[in-house]
Design a protein around this ligand. Sequence first.
Ligand SMILES: CC(C)(COP(=O)(O)OP(=O)(O)OC[C@H]1O[C@@H](n2cnc3c(N)ncnc32)[C@H](O)[C@@H]1OP(=O)(O)O)[C@@H](O)C(=O)NCCC(=O)NCCS
Length: 187
Amino acid sequence: MPSSRSARRSSRGSETPTGARRTVTSRPRNQDVRVRPARRADVPALLDLWAKLLAFHRDIGETDMRLGPVVIADGREFFDEHIGRRNRLCLVAEESGTLIGFLVGTLRQRSPAFGGWRYGHVYDLYVQDPSRGRGAGAALVLEAFRWFRKHRVRRVQLQVRARNTLGIDFWKRLGFSTLALTMERSI
Ligand SMILES: CC(C)(COP(=O)(O)OP(=O)(O)OC[C@H]1O[C@@H](n2cnc3c(N)ncnc32)[C@H](O)[C@@H]1OP(=O)(O)O)[C@@H](O)C(=O)NCCC(=O)NCCS
């Protein structure tokens, strides 16, 4: 799910799925797909993908996803904060030299009342439409798992919109299950 500024800062109470029950071992089926850490020079292409991620959510009926200069500036800051940082992760997937997807994540720690363990959090995952279904999404997630394990993290969490059946099916396929539900109403 595209991470709003407030979503990025909150770490408890609204966490959603986790609990990898099966080890995902699939490799990219398209041998042209390559996953690597993002570089600063990737930011313009990442912002294009970020805009597509927001558009994807608007298309499935998420009316709070907006696009515009402020959002793009926020996205730029978000990517800047996650590229080349020790405790943060920004990966890109390339196909024949073109960026087709990305994953952004970080390390978090639960409060002692909730176990106190460190866990990995995935903010965003996106693969653009023509390149889907060929293993790029799974390759990004597997690389993130490697990075999390390297940081001695054994659990991974993320939020996904309830309407996003494409995303939910994908995460379930990769072994995630629902941990909590975020509820909302207008008042
Ligand atoms: C979710 C998304 C990243 C998946 O990317 P992708 O490159 O198409 O995924 P992959 O090709 O790696 O698929 C990985 C596995 O999930 C399966 N899968 C993918 N989408 C699926 C779906 N809708 N239902 C069931 N399984 C699915 C694939 O079959 C594959 O399993 P396999 O290796 O056992 O065959 C991509 O569809 C996307 O960007 N969606 C829009 C944004 C989004 O939903 N992001 C995630 C939620 S925040």
